[in-house]
Design a protein around this ligand. Structure first.
Ligand code: FES
Ligand code: FES
Length: 151
């Protein structure tokens, strides 16, 4: 076991983890942050996307020990004082979800992307979302929501 200290949603969390423990299971099972979903476990679907030091990563491809000393943001950490993050609000207002399984990962991927590219074209948004799969929406409203949040 290894001791790690990871700042999750602004709070320093210390824990003992097995070196093989994936970040997504650390978040879900050790911290109880079940907003981060597991869709494939093989880095294909993006439903486990979180931000690591502000960059979106698939948390099923990161070991918890690799996040030691770093900052992680999950969907639970996006709202401020009970107010949804603008990207969350845009998803809500533009009906950018159906079952919602992909949504936390989509939102975090979008937040990270918009930080790098605040005025993206539709094509750039679609390209940025290539690693995040949605089986319900057809992506159209997700793209509209991200365009709206950018504005
Ligand atoms: S669960 Fe991580 S990419 Fe699918
Ligand atoms: S809303 Fe169902 S998978 Fe995207």
């Amino acid at each position: 076991m290894r001791r790690v200290a990871i700042t999750v949603n602004g709070t320093r969390r210390e824990a003992e983890v097995e070196p093989r423990q994936l970040l997504v299971y650390f978040l879900r099972e050790q911290l109880g942050l079940t907003g981060t979903n597991v869709g494939c476990d093989t880095s294909s679907c993006g439903s486990c996307t979180v931000m690591l030091d502000g960059e979106s990563v698939k948390s099923c491809t990161v070991l918890a020990v690799q996040a030691d000393g770093h900052e992680v943001t999950t969907i639970e950490g996006l709202a401020t004082d009970g107010e949804m993050h603008p990207v969350q609000r845009a998803f809500h207002e533009h009906h950018a979800l159906q079952c919602g399984y992909c949504t936390p990962g989509m939102v975090l991927a979008a937040v990270s992307f918009l930080a790098e590219n605040p005025h993206p074209s539709e094509e750039e948004i679609r390209h940025a979302l290539e690693g995040n799969l949605c089986r319900c929406t057809g992506y159209h409203n997700i793209v509209k929501a991200i365009q709206a949040a950018a504005g």
